[in-house]
Ligand binder design. Structure first.
Ligand code: ADP
Length: 259
């Protein structure tokens, strides 16, 4: 069982880090990591100093999406890890520490310890924002992570059809349990625009917005299905960096404005 209180509440935050925002989702594959990397790069684009912490220990995809292949180095006194920087964003991920494709088979306590070290033993320096990519889901594991990292706010990513399944409500409940303010809902894969400009709503549309209204939380925006978002992710250059003028990138920049 997990304590109902966020132990970090009213305590000193991580020195030098102004605002820590977690990105959560009900399940995998809805675009949580895509949103995390693009929000981090969007904030950087908007002039902020940004860190990106990948807490998706079992399936870390952030290094690939940010195009990082080198391991963190250590400080001269060997007490702290220095996070690699990609597109101006400092990044730390389990994916940077494990060898090759070996899967991580750790149990909960070890994961918590690793995440704690990502907070205390990484030389993040001065940051305006830290974006935390949570593992997919809204269960106890994610809840414990929300207590391990001193969060200032949470964003929930959903697809239109997932929004109607109570997933958003579960995400809200998770953040509320640990007193983390909910910044709002992002609807990803909202719609698709065909080459001749026709708008197709593949997964339906508006589920995120109507669920946000029902739950009385902010609707942060909708991200279209856009082939270049996927290509950008695979190539290690998020769309906000590679093509900030595209509507899909602008959608991320608008969400970042709310953080
Ligand atoms: P999650 O972190 O929720 O598991 P990912 O961010 O890894 O999901 O996204 C799953 C896959 O879908 C990735 O290949 C990603 O590039 C792709 N993807 C996510 N959002 C979009 C989008 N709006 N348009 C096109 N592809 C997307």
């Amino acid at each position: 069982a997990v304590a109902a209180q966020n132990p970090w509440q009213n305590q000193n935050k991580i020195p030098g880090i102004k605002r820590i925002v977690a990105v959560a989702s009900g399940k995998g594959g809805v675009g949580k990591s895509t949103t995390s990397v693009n929000l981090a790069c969007a904030l950087q684009h908007l002039g902020a100093k940004v860190g990106l912490l990948d807490c998706d220990i079992y399936g870390p995809s952030i290094p690939l999406m940010m195009g990082i292949h080198r391991k963190p180095t250590v400080t001269e006194d060997e007490t702290m890890m220095i996070p690699p920087v990609a597109h101006g964003v400092k990044v730390m991920s389990m994916g940077l520490l494990i060898e090759g494709d070996s899967p991580v088979i750790w149990r909960g306590p070890m994961i918590m310890k690793t995440i704690q070290q990502f907070i205390t033993s990484v030389a993040w320096g001065e940051l305006d924002y830290m974006i935390v990519d949570l593992p997919p889901g809204t269960g106890d594991a994610q809840l414990s992570l929300c207590q391990t990292v001193p969060l200032d706010g949470g964003v929930i990513v959903t697809t239109p059809q997932e929004a109607s399944l109570g997933v958003v409500r579960k995400g809200i409940a998770m953040f509320e349990k640990v007193n983390v303010p909910i910044l709002g809902i992002v609807e990803n894969m909202s719609y698709f625009t065909t080459p001749n400009g026709e708008r197709v709503e593949i997964f339906g549309h508006g589920g995120g917005k109507s669920e946000a209204e029902r739950q009385k939380v902010t609707f942060l925006g909708e991200i279209p299905i856009f082939t270049e978002i996927r290509i950008a992710g695979d190539s290690g250059v998020p769309i906000v960096v590679s093509a900030p003028e595209k509507p899909a990138a602008k959608a991320f920049l608008q969400v970042a404005d709310h953080l």
